[in-house]
Design a protein around this ligand. Structure first.
Ligand SMILES: O=C1O[C@H](COP(=O)(O)O)[C@@H](O)[C@H](O)[C@H]1O
Length: 256
């Protein structure tokens, strides 16, 4: 099995969300045959939440033993718990409230009303990751990591021309003065994301085409952070036709 980046194109956002949802359910069922528990990292963003909604509405979603899944977040916004801007709140609304998850296995990032300051919150999430560390790592190895991609090529809350994308000595960072509101955020770092078995990027729309094209053409991770992300086994870009507009045709994979 190779770990080349793959680009899978689906026509339109609803078809894209349904296809990723179906693939997620199939992959989770396969993996649960092999392992007692899985670690899944979730993302915010338009397509990330659309995929969760599509999983919820799939008739096959009740074949999953949801209580064997741990959920984590690649990033979250530093606003009060339950605020609709929070990635975790959107995920609860789209999926987690509707399936029998074990709430003890849902590991949300601390919120701004947690009593912690932003740096303490980053340390606290790093400590939670450490509790579930695999092998020599200081974090779990995610079986599937979902990531959205911003029009500027940001993933999680790692933005272009900011120091966060280069951090390798921490698992979680506090982000201040984010170019995308809200300005304060928490984000996993690249080494944690790149330790994932599978990274599934989900993106749609013409405003993402340039970032995707640049990332696949070899742009630097400083310029286009998504260029620096690669899973251990698989790195798949699930995109719609508009987002794929600047992808060289030879990089568009037949479905597998
Ligand atoms: O702020 C964020 O944005 C990105 C991408 O969002 P999108 O709406 O342009 O798809 C998302 O991946 C990230 O988790 C989120 O915090």
């Amino acid at each position: 099995m190779t770990n080349d980046r793959r680009v899978l194109v689906h026509s339109g956002k609803p078809a894209l969300a349904s296809a990723v949802a179906a693939r997620f359910i199939t992959k989770v069922l396969d993996l649960l045959d092999e392992k007692p528990e899985l670690h899944i990292a979730l993302t915010g963003g338009s397509m990330g939440i659309a995929v969760l909604d599509a999983i919820r509405h799939s008739p096959a979603s009740d074949t999953i033993a949801w209580d064997r899944l741990h959920f984590w977040w690649g990033d979250d916004r530093w606003v009060p718990g339950g605020d609709r801007e929070r990635n975790d709140a959107q995920a609860w609304e789209a999926l987690l409230d509707h399936v029998p998850v074990d709430s003890g296995k849902v590991h949300a990032m601390p919120a701004s009303d947690s009593g912690l300051d932003l740096d303490e919150a980053a340390d606290a999430y790093a400590a939670t990751l450490r509790e579930f560390a695999a092998g020599d790592d200081d974090h779990p190895v995610f079986d599937i990591t979902f990531l959205g991609v911003g029009p500027d090529g940001h993933i999680a809350s790692l933005f272009p021309h900011r120091s966060g994308i280069g951090v390798t000595d921490r698992t979680v960072i506090a982000v201040r003065q984010s170019p995308k509101p809200p300005p304060e955020r928490l984000s996993l770092t690249r080494p944690v994301l790149n330790a994932s078995e599978r990274v599934w990027m989900v993106l749609a729309g013409g405003d993402k085409a340039s970032a995707l094209g640049l990332a696949l053409a070899g742009a630097s991770r400083d310029e286009v952070p998504v260029a620096g992300i690669k899973g251990r086994r698989r790195t798949v870009f699930f995109v719609d036709g508009e987002a794929a507009a600047e992808v060289p045709p030879q990089l568009i994979a037949p479905d597998y």
